[in-house]
Design a protein around this ligand. Structure first.
Ligand code: HEC
Length: 283
């Protein structure tokens, strides 16, 4: 009896402790201090009936090859693969050659991993599966590309430090604008790092990353004449990376739709047969 009561008491304590820990801990997203959830974007390819926009994929591949591949590999894709959304053999060959490769080669960056480590302190991650590997998926990749400080925000930070007298209201205002949280001491530290020139990104967990802003407006000249704004390039290269993460996504989706349509039809036909068969039996 005694031991049963003891067990009950310990059980109660244990339950209380677990509840307290559960309630007391902030959610995981808040633990990685800094970095807010990236806003949701409209992607043509999401949903069961979603489709990749081939023009966007072509522009995105151009950005990936001309910009991202100077640091990142996309190792699960071969240049030849890019023909599946409309590039000609000659175009694919030219793209491969611009990277010192042939069209049969994988999209491996020319940057030596050790050299990357020496200059960035880390090896740029392979981008093949990036849109599937992070919370937020495509929205995260797009968020990273568009989440650096714009000119106005940079100006705001510089103004805070210009007179050598950093005031609380200024920190508060900047903290709000850049989603730095409510802890003013922490926000101040982040602002100092930005001031020192560290790469700040609104959507990177922890806010500071080794990648300097990789794209800027007008950086590439799109073959189809589309204006290369920062957002356009970010959108196109993210779509391309979503394709790279699952090149057969469209086949998978249309197979799924066909299977469902078949099952619906089969159900209707079986129901008709059932009614017919049972109609002869009095009930
Ligand atoms: C100058 C070299 C360089 C270029 C160019 C570059 N990156 Fe990066 N990138 C890096 C490095 C270094 C990291 C690792 C950052 C870190 O972990 O702190 C990185 C990280 C990333 C991340 C991952 C963030 C994470 O959650 O781990 C994404 C996404 C990314 N880059 C996308 C791109 C895209 C898309 C392009 C082309 C538009 C590009 N990068 C161009 C160097 C580069």
């Amino acid at each position: 009896m005694k031991s049963w009561n003891g067990l009950k008491r310990w059980g109660g304590w244990l339950a209380a402790a677990i509840t307290a820990v559960g309630l007391g801990l902030p959610p995981a997203s808040a633990l990685a201090s800094g970095g807010v959830a990236p806003p949701k974007q409209d992607w043509t390819f999401s949903g069961v009936f979603g489709r990749f926009d081939e023009a966007s994929l072509k522009r995105g591949a151009q950005v990936a090859v001309e910009v991202c591949m100077s640091c990142h590999s996309i190792k699960y894709i071969k240049f030849d693969h890019l023909r599946s959304f409309g590039f000609s053999e000659a175009e694919v060959k030219a793209m491969a050659e611009s990277q010192g490769k042939t069209k049969k080669d994988k999209m491996i960056s020319g940057m030596d991993p050790q050299a990357a480590k020496d200059s960035f302190g880390t090896i740029p991650p392979d981008l093949s599966l990036m849109t599937k590997a992070r919370k937020g998926y495509e929205d995260y990749t797009y968020g990273i590309l568009t989440g650096y400080l714009n000119d106005k925000e940079k100006e705001m930070v510089e103004k805070i430090f210009a007179d050598g007298n950093v005031l609380d209201p200024e920190i508060k205002e900047a903290a709000e604008a850049l989603h730095l949280g409510h802890d003013l001491e922490k926000a101040k530290k982040s602002l100092e790092r930005i001031h020192r020139g560290d790469n700040f990104n609104k959507y990177f967990p922890g806010n500071f990353l080794a990648m300097p802003q990789p794209i800027s407006a007008g950086q590439v000249t799109f073959a189809d004449g589309k204006e290369s704004s920062l957002e356009q390039m970010a959108k196109d290269v993210t779509s391309f990376l979503a394709w790279a993460a699952e090149p057969t996504a469209m086949e998978r989706k249309s197979a799924g739709v066909k299977v469902i349509a078949y099952l619906v039809l089969l159900t209707i036909m079986l129901y008709a047969v059932k009614r017919r068969v049972w109609s002869r039996i009095p009930h």
